[in-house]
Write a protein that binds this ligand. Structure first.
Ligand code: SAH
Length: 352
């Protein structure tokens, strides 16, 4: 599928045409990664952050947040819950927190690997190679780092630099070389993102041979520069990608067609736009992963990347039973293994 074809799909509005895209994505998902939906227990270990990303509520300049960093014992309690619920993986995510030292994190990773059967995924932002290598050595299996947009000018505009100039795409390549499974993705509908940009993002998913692809709608946060009217300078008329549910489904479906083997979550941001059935529609249009939240309720509301995030009051137990029920109701199965990247034995089927 060439770039123009991707753009055409992203601009497609006719329900009967989109039904074809959904069906093709669902069949491709079924053929390549099967009916299992893998559960990754998400632990938001710290909301401290030294960066100033223009969209994210965790940005250092947002004074409206109570900042926390979980203690090792608290993290290990969440990890024990993940094991008890039968999850295959824990994902530890945070702001870019310099207080998360390489040694401290490596110790926790080693404990998880020693004491549980879980796969370990990290999503701790941009870190020095030495840290990433130490965590891999300690037993981390996967790393998530969204490149957010492949449009460099837009990227620069919304990510004030720290001065080391190291690109996320470079870091992803290095993570892969260290033996991590790598995950990346973008926000759909960042102010200034064009259809052409989003099509290029999707092509880049394939070029990077991503093992995991996470996409969700951009949701404005009032405590950030992109949250109000000031910086919402959008792309030229007719070019701006809307940050809506339908565009997110199209992006998930196209990501599945271009990257048939990837693990693709139906994200919390999507559920935030449509609490009733956002997760299900994502799973029916290409996704095969969900990420139940394990963060202690006392911290959940403070991990406010964007406002009104879905499931901030539910306990880990409620998330577990709600998501399992939804998966079974869709006629799918709850994954029982670690759910790592599966590589094809047969060549990919032709795509639309
Ligand atoms: N500090 C880590 C984790 C960031 S939070 C890192 O930099 O990788 C995970 C993801 O949330 C981000 O990569 C971004 O794509 C998404 N996100 C942040 N702010 C958002 C917003 N306002 N709306 C939607 N998604 C957002």
């Amino acid at each position: 599928m060439d770039r123009q074809r991707i753009v055409d799909w992203l601009r497609e509005e006719r329900a009967e045409k989109l039904a074809l895209l959904w069906r093709e994505a669902d069949e491709t998902r079924q053929r390549h990664v099967g009916d299992e939906v893998h559960l990754r227990g998400l632990i938001e270990i710290s909301n401290r952050c030294c960066r100033e990303c223009h969209y994210c509520g965790l940005r250092a300049g947002n004074r409206g947040l109570r900042r926390y960093r979980m203690a090792e014992a608290e993290i290990m309690e969440c990890v024990a819950q993940a094991t008890a619920y039968g999850y295959g993986t824990v994902v530890m995510q945070s702001g870019e927190d310099e207080g998360i030292t390489a040694e401290w994190m490596a110790g926790i990773i080693r404990r998880i690997r020693r004491e549980t059967p879980l796969a370990v995924t990290l999503s701790l932002g941009e870190r020095a190679d030495d840290d990433l290598a130490a965590w891999r050595e300690a037993g981390a299996d996967r790393y998530l780092l969204r490149f957010e947009t492949s449009n460099e000018e837009l990227y620069e505009r919304i990510h004030p630099r720290r001065g080391d100039g190291c690109s996320r795409i470079e870091i992803l390549r290095r993570l892969a070389a260290m033996g991590y499974e790598i995950g990346s993705g973008v926000m759909v509908g960042i102010p200034g993102q064009t259809y052409e940009d989003l099509a290029r993002d999707i092509e880049l998913f394939r070029a990077l041979d991503l093992d995991m692809i996470g996409v969700g709608p951009f949701i404005p946060h009032p405590g950030t520069p992109l949250g109000g009217a000031v910086e919402r300078s959008v792309a030229p008329a007719g070019q701006q990608v809307p940050a809506d549910e339908l565009m997110t489904y199209k992006t998930i479906a196209l990501a599945r067609l271009l990257c048939p083997e990837a693990n693709i979550p139906s994200t919390t941001a999507l559920a935030t736009l449509n609490l009733a059935e956002g997760r299900e529609l994502g799973l029916s249009r290409g996704a095969n992963v969900v990420m139940p939240n394990l963060t202690p309720v006392a911290y959940r509301a403070d991990y406010e990347i964007y406002p009104a995030k879905a499931c901030i009051r539910e306990t880990a137990q409620q998330c577990q039973s709600c998501l399992s029920r939804r998966i079974v109701a869709l006629g799918r199965k709850v994954g029982t293994d670690k759910g790592g990247r599966r590589r094809a034995v047969s060549p990919a089927a032709p795509i639309l």
